[in-house]
Design a protein around this ligand. Sequence first.
Ligand code: NAD
Length: 257
Amino acid sequence: MSATDRFRLDGRSIVVTGAAGGIGRTTCRHLATLGARVVAADRDESVRGVADALSAEGLSADWIAFDVADPASVNAARDEILSRHGAVDGLFANAGMAYERPGAEHTDDDWRRVMGVNLDGVFWTIRAFAAGMLERGRGAVVATSSIAGVKAVRPELHVGYDVSKAGVAHMARVLGVEWARRGVRVNAIGPGYTDTVMLAEVGISQPDVMARWMDDQPIGRLVSPDEIAATVGFLLSDASSGITAQLLMVDGGYSAA
Ligand SMILES: NC(=O)c1ccc[n+]([C@@H]2O[C@H](COP(=O)([O-])OP(=O)(O)OC[C@H]3O[C@@H](n4cnc5c(N)ncnc54)[C@H](O)[C@@H]3O)[C@@H](O)[C@H]2O)c1
């Protein structure tokens, strides 16, 4: 295999959750361009448009709507995807939600909702899709953590989000080690402040918040969804065959500063 072939994903079926959103949509395009058969998944049915746009360009893309927070919905989607595609070789467990709330003001529902999507949802999704990979002895999983999973980010407040993202990084570490000799790699990525709709929910539209982020941000700009997508493509490809159980920050140096 040539040096560049190791980065290719030709013929691999890869499921991407949160595919209607900024990072997921861009990653679907990147993976399809590398030759993957992408299944774009989201709770939001507008995800169909993501797959349709790729298919119109001659790339391989399918779509499905399901709720990662509901294990029955996840398992039903897995069965449907397997019936259409035969097997799943890769998973980008990326669906997530954000919000703002001071710690002491979190309601029971705030806490359960964010854990339900960002932590439980990632686990239900990995559990569902990794089963077939483990049976076949090959596969790769990437899950989306965050700078908020390794550092108390400021000035926005959302302890539930932060703890859920720390949990995702540890989930990848533990499952990566557990499955290392069974041919299935599991890694997490840690995006920094990335230019998507989600960022609007936690302050991108407020000039003082943006100024604070940029002060703290070594590269002095937001991370782009393309930069996240390229990292996910690498971690799902054979180019990263020696990497498992890691959290790879894609944050322009934010977590190190
Ligand atoms: N944008 C950032 O700055 C940033 C930074 C660090 C981490 N992240 C993480 O990156 C991931 C992608 O975020 P994004 O920036 O593309 O945000 P986004 O809001 O554009 O996309 C998130 C997507 O997840 C989907 N989703 C939410 N709940 C779901 C559920 N229960 N079931 C299925 N789909 C669901 C939404 O419909 C949406 O399409 C998230 O996990 C987020 O926490 C984002």
